[in-house]
Design a protein around this ligand. Structure first.
Ligand code: NAP
Length: 279
């Protein structure tokens, strides 16, 4: 029987605990609550939905979200100026810049402008560097949420062969470093990787972070492997062909209800932590 890594249920229990922590902050600080600033640039409907879901999660735990919406034509300098304003605002504890931004914007420059103590989505280069070296930093929210889910279900990682498919700065690369820090033996695969099916067949743990529906076939995954799917596509499928491994893998994240809710819970948790005690 495969274990379902139920991100939705774990996220709900994290939110219950966060609501208590927010209530304590409010008591101590004369009704002031943690504030997450969300920046949405342009009018991509999926990004707008993600930002809305993050704002809703803030409300559920008693926090506030400060919504900044900028037009599609925003320049890098304009976005940097907005980030500077939020960095300097003592009422703001965390800053989320929704990825992706329109093409004309230098996203890396904007991510790196976020002050490290407000980088609750874990997107800055210095946050990545600190995390990779095992220093204190807010982890990139999606891989940090995955680690929390694996830890909750006591999935052993030490000495295991972990294969991460995808090497993006916000998902694949930080995921690989977090698994390495947990003593897994990590392989990172990408669009130039040769022989992906054979690499995956040796994996004890597979993380799909490719962005292509059911790209990772079920028959590339060995019996008993732990399957983590970060993707979500129309039709309710992820980056892995989950339907054909459900009964023979060791554990899996459902799509939806696995990685997605954990990403949001981790972002909110890191914002509460930033309000309790800055880095
Ligand atoms: P991304 O920036 O587009 O990166 C995709 C990665 O997949 C790249 O590293 C790319 O390799 C690799 N890739 C593409 N084609 C490949 C192939 N044929 N073989 C092997 N690797 C290949 O995507 P992302 O932002 O990391 O997101 C990945 C997935 O996670 C998406 O489905 C996204 O929707 C999902 N996601 C979910 C959450 C959540 O909260 N649940 C958050 C973020 C992302 P190259 O580097 O060589 O191009």
């Amino acid at each position: 029987m495969s274990i379902v890594l139920d991100g939705k249920a774990l996220a709900q229990s994290i939110e219950t605990e966060l609501a208590r922590r927010v209530a304590r902050i409010r008591e101590r600080n004369g009704d002031k609550v943690p504030v997450l600033a969300t920046i949405l640039v342009g009018d991509d409907p999926a990004s707008a939905t993600y930002v809305k879901m993050k704002g809703n999660a803030c409300r559920r735990v008693g926090m506030e979200s400060l919504k900044v919406v900028l037009p599609e034509s925003t320049t890098t300098d304009e976005l940097v100026a907005e980030i500077d304003r939020l960095n300097a605002d003592p009422q703001v504890h965390g800053i989320l810049l929704q990825h992706p931004v329109p093409n004309q914007i230098d996203e890396r420059r904007c991510f790196d402008r976020i002050a490290i103590d407000k980088d609750v989505d874990g997107v800055t280069s210095s946050g990545f560097g600190r995390m990779a070296l095992g220093e204190h930093a807010y982890g990139s929210a999606t891989p940090a949420g995955i680690m929390q889910l694996l830890s909750h279900y006591r999935i052993p990682l030490s000495g295991k062969n972990a294969v991460v498919v995808g090497r993006s700065p916000i998902l694949g690369k930080p995921m690989a470093m977090m698994l390495l820090n947990a003593d897994a033996t990590v392989t990172i695969c990408h669009s130039r990787t040769q022989g992906l099916p054979d690499i995956l067949r040796r994996a004890d743990l597979v993380v799909g972070a490719v962005g292509k529906p059911e790209f990772i076939r079920g028959d590339w995954i060995k019996d008993g492997a732990v399957v983590v799917d970060a993707g979500y596509h129309p039709g309710g499928v992820g980056d892995i062909e989950l339907s054909s491994v459900l009964t023979r893998c060791g554990a899996y994240t459902p799509v939806p209800g696995g990685v997605g809710p954990m990403t949001i819970a981790t972002l909110i948790e890191q914002t509460v932590a930033a309000a309790e005690k800055p880095l």
